[in-house]
Each structure stands twice: as structure tokens, then as C-alpha cells.
Design a protein. Structure first.
Length: 206
């Protein structure tokens, strides 16, 4: 399996050095019921391989915790779950659901996530001069309390490229993030299909 750049599709992938399925123990006092999650069939179709879904697991994958786009907001919550997805080739995805104690806290998390994703390209380039990251804002989606879709293309100094699509959505006290990635550029990003995936992800939260 090809190795990927950390800024490209880090949050999804064993190929970045993540041991697949790693989870944190659920802390005492944490919520016990996971929000609704996507199924494999909800992911954008992949031409040469079907999607396989992992189990819904309490906590966060290790890669999400250290990810520059997402980790600052998702790695300290006691009510989080995730589900990883993969194809037989280079496409991977992960969905994270985070339940906050109040609607206000969820709103703040949603706002912070959007800001962190928007600034992720610049912060990544500053931290690693070997990477060039291009950011695209694909706009909002009219679902529940809102969702937003973004794209990030990462190119290394030695020529490797990754494309990543991110969606952040909220329904009440729950925020979800869907992170999709593969090798390639913006031309390889199934933006229209991913917007449908993001809408389903938010719809399934309740």
C-alpha cells in the first residue's frame, strides 16, 4: 500500500503508519451511546474497488489526535466515536462523531473545526517546508444545523500527491467529521458524491 503524506489523508490511514483499529479507552463518565454512522455504501463510489467499513469504536484513531486539521478540537472530548473505511487500493476514509454536553459547546466545536480546517494548509506548510498544500472551500450544505465541505491537495518536494476531502456537520449536541482521501489531485476528488455522503452523515446523527 502506498505511503501517504501526513497532511494529505493522515486521519484515515494505516499507510501513514497508523495501526488500523487503534482506539482509546472510553473514559469514566463518558456517553455510552454512539451517534449514527455512515455505512460503506454511503461513501463516494470507487471505480475499481468496493468500500469496507470497520466497527464503530469509542475514542479516536491515533492519527486524528495528531492531525493538524482536526486534532486540536477532537482529541480532548469524552464522548467521541469513529469508524474507518478502506478500499482495496488507495482510497480511505474515517468518520468521527463527537457528542458535547450542551448545544452551545457543540456550536463552538463546529465553529472551531471549520476555522482549523481553513487554516490547516498554511499551518502545515509552515511546519513542513517539503509540503505544498492547496486549500479549496466547497461551501455549505443545507442539512440539520449545518455542514461545510473542504478540499486539501498536498504535494511533497519529491513529487507524491494526495487529495483530501473534509466535511464538518452538526445536529444538536453532536458534531461529525468525514475525512476522505486518496492519491491524486483535485481532478480526482468526487466532490458532488462526497457532498451527498456528508449530508447522509449529518442526517444519520439522530
Amino acid at each position: 500500500m502506498p505511503k501517504r503524506t501526513r497532511a494529505g489523508v493522515l486521519v484515515a490511514l494505516a499507510a501513514a503508519g497508523l495501526a488500523a483499529g487503534t482506539a482509546l479507552a472510553q473514559p469514566a463518565g463518558a456517553a455510552t451511546k454512539a451517534p449514527g454512522f455512515l455505512a460503506a455504501a454511503d461513501l463516494p463510489p470507487y471505480a475499481t474497488s468496493s468500500w469496507t467499513a470497520g466497527k464503530v469504536t469509542a475514542g479516536l484513531p491515533e492519527a486524528v489526535e495528531v492531525d493538524r486539521c482536526l486534532g486540536l478540537v477532537l482529541n480532548d472530548d469524552r464522548g467521541s466515536w469513529y469508524r474507518e473505511f478502506h478500499t482495496d487500493l488507495d482510497a480511505h476514509a474515517v468518520q468521527v462523531g463527537v457528542e458535547s454536553s450542551t448545544t452551545g459547546a457543540a456550536k463552538a466545536r463546529f465553529t472551531r473545526l471549520n476555522k482549523d480546517i481553513a487554516s490547516c494548509a498554511a499551518r502545515t506548510e509552515k511546519a513542513d517546508p517539503d509540503l505544498k498544500v492547496t486549500f479549496k472551500d466547497y461551501g455549505t450544505l443545507p442539512v440539520e444545523e449545518g455542514a461545510h465541505v473542504y478540499g486539501l491537495h498536498t504535494q511533497t518536494s519529491w513529487g507524491a500527491t494526495d487529495i483530501r476531502l473534509l466535511a464538518v456537520g452538526r445536529d444538536g449536541r453532536t458534531v461529525t467529521v468525514v475525512d476522505w482521501g486518496r492519491m491524486g489531485g483535485f481532478k480526482d476528488a468526487p466532490v458532488k458524491a462526497f457532498k451527498k455522503t456528508a449530508t447522509k452523515a449529518v442526517d444519520k446523527l439522530h
